[in-house]
Each structure stands twice: as C-alpha cells, then as structure tokens.
Design a protein around this ligand. Structure first.
Ligand code: SAJ
Length: 418
C-alpha cells in the first residue's frame, strides 16, 4: 500500500519534470525543486522550459489544478525523488563521472528530512552512488536511522529506481516501461515499489541498489556497443565499396540478427556518457565497452573526411555545404553531445568556409559553430545554394524532401534515409 501523498522532485529537467507532472496527474501532491530560477518561474506559469511531445498540456493542467508547484528550495515531503544530471568530466578514456549534482541533492534534502521519509535516486549513476547519498544523509542527520546501519529498522528508506524513458516518448514510456527498483534493503524497495505503482503500468522488479545502478548503465552500454557494431560495418563497407544500408537490411533478414543503424556518431546526455561510468569503475574488464565508445566517438571525424574527399572530387575552391540537422537525433531539439555539432565544427576547423546549417528546432547557432564561421539558414535556401548536401539528422522534414531537389549535387547521407 502506498503511504506517500506528497513528494518533492529534486531537478526539473528532461526526467524530473515529466515524472513530477505524471505523479501530479495521479493524485499525488508534488513540489518540484530546481536551482534554475527561469525554469521554476516558467513551470509555475504552466510552461515547460524544454520541448517534449504532450508535456505542455500536461504541465499546464497540473499546475492550474494546484497539484504541481515549482520552487528553489526543498520542502518537507513524504518522499524525495532525485532527478539531477550526472555528466562526465574529461574526454574519451580520461572521462570520469561527475556526481556533484547528485551529492548536492541530499545536502538540500537533509534539513527537511523526517522519520518515515523515502528517498529515491532516479538519475543514471555510477555503482555505489545510492550508498553515497545514504552516507551523506547519515552524516548530516545523526538523529535519524538509515538503512546502511539499521537495515529494515531504519527511519528513512533509500532506493535507486533508474529512469529509462526515451526523449520524444517520455510521457508514454514513464508509464508503460518496466522498472528496476533497487532498495538498500528489501523494505526500501517495497516502499519505492508502492509509490511507482501509482503511475507505472509496466512490470516492476525489485533488486539491490547496486544491481539497479549497473542494470541501467548496462542498458545504455548495450545500445552503444550495438551502434558501434553498425558504425564499424559502415567503415568496413567504405573500404570494400559496399552499401552499408543494403548490407544491414540483408543481414537483418536472418531471424536472430538485428543490426542497428550507423550514423555520424552517438549523442545525447545518456548513451554517449553512461558507458564511461562502467569503464571508470572497472577499466580492465570493460574492454568492449571502451572500444565501442571510441568507435562511436571517431565517427564525426570520419564524416569530415568523407566531405573532404567529396569536395576534392568536384574541385570547387569554396564549396557551399548544406549541413542538415544539429540535434543529437531525429525530431528532438536537444543538442547535447550531438555528433552533428561535432561534424560541423570539424568542417569549419578543416577550412570549409561556406557552411549553411539547417536546424528547424533552434533559433541561434551554438557559439562553437558561429566561431568557425557557420551560419543558420532556412532549408529551401540552403538546399538551393548547396554544392554538397550533408544529411546529419533525419528530421521528418528532411526525410520527406523531393529527391529531385538533390539532383546535380553531391549528397552525403549519414543516416541512410535517402
Ligand atoms: N543511434 C544510432 N543508430 C541507431 C540508434 C541510435 O546512431 O541505430 C544514435 C542516435 O542518433 C543518437 C544516439 O544513438 O545520437 C542515442 O539515441 P537513442 O535514441 O538510442 O537513445 P537516447 O539517448 O535518446 O535514450 C537512451 C535510451 N536507452 C536505451 O534505449 C537503452 C532511453 O531508454 C534511456 O532512458 C535514455 O538513453 C537515458 O536517459 O538514459
């Protein structure tokens, strides 16, 4: 039975805000906490500060109904859900998890924590992070008993329930996906389960916090390794003059083969980041995971080389290159870790001076691209002027282009949709 009626969600980003809104729509009183004042103000006006299908209407509805409210400081609640970013510092094999936001959350919660509370970490985190949160809380609140010392007799329960939602389908997946619920004790997991049952229709499985941490990292590393396999095939096909898209379609006719799609690299704040958490904690063992990351990270440079070779073949001194798409994947507005941004920057650094970037989801180019002389242009103009058309993101509008408009131009389709 769920005994939780009021929750505080710490972090109102891509995961925290939809989660807060869905709980609020299901009879739970929700206070959302974020350090970003502009985001807090915007949410309190009923407007999300980022784009995600159907989120606008939901947030407006729950804010107007008084079920969701945003604030800058944590307030007392029955349960706290931590959904803050867990980025990396450093690059490539020097990458290290940065859990400073996760460590700040228990410091924020500690003053308002009370006996009977449940604390849940949703952020994708290195193994051991849930225990670290418990240690910080125990240090700051010696008056309360915690699971690491008191087991099932603790005053406060602590669990890790990693988010698994796909940007672009968050509201659907937050309800329908199966969930892994890792408790520091069995009782911790059972209380978290009761809370998630309020919103989750998918299967919920109980385990330990450490298993839940590594399960989430393994899911994203699995996808990264599989995309790396597709990208490696693309490199092999390039060498052997074989069409990789046709090759994969043929191989996938086998009933037990399902090769993913190659592309300009792997982006986003999850799959391009999380495998490094595994590598950092077990570098000697995580050899395949390391190689996959390196293969995917090398793709933008290989796309730059393909453009270079194409430009050399047409022998135009200053080719106009239409670079279509900047986001990390199709039909989203998120540019974080986007390989498309890397490709455009590398082209600018390689001396290509006429880079017309088309990205319908943004109003201004990122500073690093303006710095290499790229400009934001509308689709029709960029296409009309281009000598080389470089498809970097398969947004709906690009997929549907009349193929006749590409005639007479060099086309480099990194997504295999044309
Ligand atoms: N990509 C390819 N080829 C493919 C599939 C994807 O190159 O065949 C690229 C995309 O273009 C993109 C990147 O990979 O740059 C990642 O995109 P994605 O759609 O695979 O995943 P994300 O990062 O949007 O969301 C992932 C999901 N994880 C898995 O599918 C295992 C999601 O369920 C997680 O909740 C999310 O990470 C997260 O927050 O961790």
């Amino acid at each position: 039975m769920n005994d939780i009626h009021r929750i505080a969600v710490i972090g109102l980003g891509y995961i925290g805000l939809p989660t807060a809104a869905v709980f609020a729509a299901n009879g739970i009183e929700v206070v959302g906490v974020d350090i970003n004042k502009a985001a807090v103000d915007s949410i309190n006006r009923g407007r999300p500060h980022f784009g995600e299908p159907n989120l606008n209407a939901l947030v407006r509805r729950v804010v107007e109904a008084g079920a969701l409210r945003a604030t800058l400081d944590a307030e007392p609640a029955d349960a706290f859900i931590i959904a803050v970013p867990t980025p990396i510092t450093g690059h490539g094999i020097a990458a290290r998890p940065d859990i400073s936001y996760v460590e700040a959350a228990p410091r924020e919660i500690a003053p308002v924590l009370a006996a009977g509370n449940l604390v849940i970490l949703e952020s994708t985190s290195p193994v051991g992070t849930t225990e670290r949160i418990a240690a910080i809380l125990a240090e700051l609140r010696p008056d309360l008993g915690f699971p690491q010392d008191r087991g099932d007799l603790a005053d406060v329960q602590i669990a890790h329930c990693p988010e698994r939602v796909l940007p672009g389908r968050i509201l659907e997946e937050v309800v329908n996906n199966a969930r892994v619920i890792g408790g520091m004790t069995r009782k911790c997991a059972q209380r978290a389960l009761a809370l998630y049952k309020v919103i989750v229709r998918g299967d919920c499985r109980l385990t330990t916090a450490r298993t839940a941490e590594l399960a989430k990292l393994s899911e994203n590393a699995f996808r990264d390794v599989n995309i790396a396999f597709a990208n490696e095939l693309a490199n092999i096909c390039d060498t052997l003059s074989i069409n990789v898209w046709e090759l994969i379609a043929m191989a996938n006719l086998h009933p037990r083969v399902n090769i993913l799609q190659p592309g300009p690299g792997v982006g986003g704040h999850c799959i391009a980041v999380d495998p490094w958490f595994i590598v950092a904690s077990a570098p000697e063992q995580a050899r395949l995971i390391t190689q996959a990351r390196l293969i995917n990270d090398a793709r933008p440079g290989q796309i730059r080389d393909q453009v270079r070779a194409a430009a050399a073949a047409i022998a135009i001194a200053r080719p106009v290159i239409a670079c279509l798409g900047l986001s990390y994947k199709r039909d989203v507005d998120d540019l974080r870790e986007s390989p498309a941004v890397d490709v455009v920057r590398l082209l600018g650094e390689a001396g290509f001076a006429d880079l017309a970037v088309v990205e319908p989801h943004i109003a201004r180019l990122p500073a690093e691209l303006a710095a290499v002389g790229a400009r934001l242009e509308d689709f029709d103009r960029a296409l009309a002027d281009a000598d080389i058309v470089l498809l970097l993101v398969d947004h709906m509008g690009f997929r549907q282009v009349d193929r006749g408009r590409l005639q007479g131009k060099i086309v480099i389709d990194t997504r295999g949709v044309w």
